[in-house]
Design a protein around this ligand. Structure first.
Ligand SMILES: [Zn+2]
Ligand SMILES: [Zn+2]
Length: 458
């Protein structure tokens, strides 16, 4: 087996893994790098452009895994795109939204090569998409016309519990197997139940390492964290300030809305309008529509019915007074420029009545990460368009992650019992922690941190 890491950077970056398994070739994920701009944000596709690719498989519909799919298909126009069927309802919306964001960035920040693909291109690749249920074995190479009559390796999606439609991917050849975790949550979230990876064994494992640089404080529970969030919301509302919760439109938004709905149901939060963005609303409706087909909790909870959701457009938000205990659940989670969360934060940061609550990962080099790190009264650089700000508002960080804790992943490696582990989707210090721990716990396992473009032979 030959595996090439196409992430252009050594951090979480743009996920994309090329695999040659017994002469059959597949690409797993086709992301974009959230901190890079233009073509710099793309995976290193030119490295594999001469390969004859049978298929592209998607772990889930976050941008760092799917954002460059139309570009990948330019290199491999015949490759079928295989994904869990729940992702099938999401992928086009994500890509069309991406075109809109890139177009705005071209107009407002002057990134000339944007958009990297067009709405027409997204519509044009749609016939290549195929959705599959979890835990069905698919002969991936059989989809390729030139490969009829050969024994095809198979692929199977396993529910990863991270966001709607998320999956780990199992590749099985005649002699070798590979499992790729994608982004995984082993614990139940508020809506989604944890990953169903119980029976997985493989020769080679590619694992995410997002939380390698943070352990859990002793006594930590998710329930305690939710309780703390409820109380913090109550305080801000009582002082008539507003709360911004920056989130990603897919997954985080719905988890937070569910949490708010349960707080309202328990009488811990007054029923009041919750302001969200247009894309957040679309994915929330899809979560509701697919509720009965999803491995989830509270399957009768319909977010659009349980909460008074109000969709904001950009102009509307600028006009709005920041009084009266309003709650905003807006994109983007890391507050990148040209997003509602970024622009609203600009208005809130200098006002001590307002509060910004983080509920997920924010890279330290993003506006969200820098704001999270700023001390009260500190003047700090927020973003190129926002400039220097002085932090006076309340900032809180709640650990409601959709990623596996590092100890859970170490246990999982033991369960899978591979001869080789490849570490990806993590910052340098995260991957280093995993390498050190794995070498101590499982000295017989070969641990590799492939650098951008590196091929690993197993
Ligand atoms: Zn993700
Ligand atoms: Zn990711």
């Amino acid at each position: 087996m030959r595996i090439t890491n196409l992430n252009p950077d050594t951090d979480i970056g743009a996920s994309s893994w090329f695999v040659d398994l017994e002469g059959h070739r597949i690409l797993m994920d086709a992301g974009t790098h959230p901190k890079r701009e233009g073509i710099e944000s793309l995976p290193l596709y030119p490295l594999i452009q001469k390969e004859e690719l049978d298929a592209i498989a998607l772990s889930h519909c976050h941008h760092d895994h799917v954002g460059s799919l139309p570009v990948a298909i330019r290199y491999f126009p015949k490759a079928h795109v295989l994904m869990p069927d729940l992702s099938y309802f999401l992928v086009e919306r994500v890509l069309h939204n991406s075109v809109n964001v890139m177009t705005r960035q071209r107009d407002e920040i002057g990134i000339k090569e944007y958009p990297l693909y067009t709405h027409d291109e997204v519509d044009g690749i749609e016939p290549l998409f195929q959705g599959f249920q979890y835990n069905r074995e698919i002969e991936w190479a059989a989809y390729h016309k030139t490969r009829t009559g050969v024994v095809s390796p198979t692929l199977e999606f396993y529910d990863a519990g991270h966001a709607l439609g998320s999956a780990g991917i199992m590749l099985r050849g005649q002699k070798e197997t590979l499992f790729y975790t994608g982004d995984v949550s082993f614990r139940d979230q508020t809506i989604l139940k944890g990953a169903r990876f119980e029976d997985i064994k493989a020769d080679v494992l590619i694992t995410e390492t997002t939380r390698g640089n943070r352990g859990l404080p002793s006594g930590f529970t998710r329930e305690g964290e939710i309780e703390r969030l409820g109380q913090a919301l109550d305080h801000v509302i009582k002082r008539k300030g507003c709360v911004l919760i920056p989130v990603f439109a897919l997954g985080r938004t719905q988890e937070i809305l569910a949490l708010l709905a349960l707080l309202v149901r328990a009488g811990k939060l007054p029923r009041q309008p919750i302001y969200i963005g247009g894309l957040g609303r679309v994915f929330t409706e899809i979560y509701d529509l697919q509720a009965h087909r999803t491995h989830r909790q509270h399957s009768n909870l319909r977010l659009t019915e349980a909460l008074n959701l109000i969709v904001l457009d950009k102009g509307q938000l600028d006009q709005m007074k920041l009084t009266g205990g309003r709650i905003f659940v807006l994109t983007a989670g890391m507050m990148s420029e040209n997003t509602a969360a970024h622009d609203l934060a600009l208005r809130m940061v200098g006002d001590e009545k307002q509060a910004i609550f983080f509920v997920g990962y924010a890279d330290p080099d993003t506006p969200g990460g820098r704001l999270k790190a700023a001390q009260p009264g500190e003047t700090f650089f927020f973003s190129p368009t926002g400039g220097q700000l002085t932090r006076r508002c309340e900032i809180q960080d709640f650990d409601l992650t959709a990623h596996a804790n590092r100890d859970e992943l170490i246990e999982f490696v033991g369960q899978v019992s591979p001869h080789t582990v490849l570490l990806g989707h993590g910052q340098d210090d995260s991957r280093r922690w995993f390498e050190e721990q794995l070498l101590v716990r499982y000295p017989k396992i070969r641990v590799v941190q492939p650098v951008p473009g590196q091929s690993v032979q197993t």
